[in-house]
Design a protein around this ligand. Structure first.
Ligand code: GAR
Length: 222
């Protein structure tokens, strides 16, 4: 049974496609009392994703919607919207959800949907970001959390964390460094959202009413 406190809490839906380590970081921050919110549901588009069992282990309600069962992106997104709306979320959190979203889907949740992307946006939209940063000879790499808009990985950046690229780094070691930062950064941003401190106004991310610079707030904790 839901308690009165739970009825008042902001509701989060988390979308995953893989391991779900960011989902777990957010769920753990909630459990530790650092975020006053509840994970109303987790939705995964890959039936073989490890994150499904991790979510079940934490008693998070999970729904699997296999994108391969749909003939068009629109039909898949329609099923996703139905499932998301069934959880009545205040916030939709994309945590390694590896699908391109249709404009209708994005518009439906605009201003209350955030994504984490493993690069210092606007650098390296899309895939293989760690290898691309190494190949480009960059000395720094990192992670960005941003609002989701119709442009892929292109919505207003909220916050970033930077890691150094050292000579001995390969894509795997760099990914590990970046993910350590992700697990700190994403719960902080989710907390701001659920407290109503973070908003998107006229396409600009604002924290406590102040516009966030285009490159986002820098939250490195190395
Ligand atoms: C994370 O590193 C996230 O930044 C990335 O997928 C990984 C998911 O890990 N997201 C993207 O590449 C989105 N374009 P997780 O399933 O363990 O949270």
């Amino acid at each position: 049974m839901m308690t009165d406190a739970a009825l008042d809490q902001p509701r989060i839906v988390i979308l995953i496609s893989g391991t779900g380590s960011n989902m777990l970081a957010i769920a753990d921050a909630i459990k530790a009392g650092q975020i006053d919110a509840m994970v109303a549901g987790v939705i995964c588009n890959r039936p073989d994703a490890a994150g499904i069992q991790y979510a079940k282990d934490r008693d998070l309600p999970v729904e699997v919607i296999d994108h391969k069962n749909f003939t068009s992106r629109e039909d898949f997104d329609f099923a996703m919207m139905k499932a998301i709306d069934g959880f009545a979320p205040d916030l939709v959190v994309l945590a390694g959800f590896m699908r391109i979203l249709t404009p209708d889907f994005v518009r439906r949740y605009e201003g209350r949907m955030v994504n984490i992307h493993p690069s210092l946006l606007p650098k390296y939209h899309g895939l293989h970001t760690h290898q691309r940063a190494i190949d480009a000879g960059d000395s720094e790499h990192g992670v960005s959390v941003h609002y989701v808009t119709e442009e892929l990985d292109g919505g207003p950046v909220i916050a970033q964390a930077v890691v150094s690229i050292d000579v001995e780094d390969d894509a795997d070691s760099l990914k590990r460094k970046v993910q350590q930062q992700e697990h700190v950064l994403y719960p902080i941003v989710v907390k701001w959202c659920t407290e109503g401190r973070l908003l998107m106004k006229n396409g600009v991310a604002t924290l406590d009413g102040k516009p966030i610079p285009k490159s986002g707030l820098q939250l490195s904790n190395q």
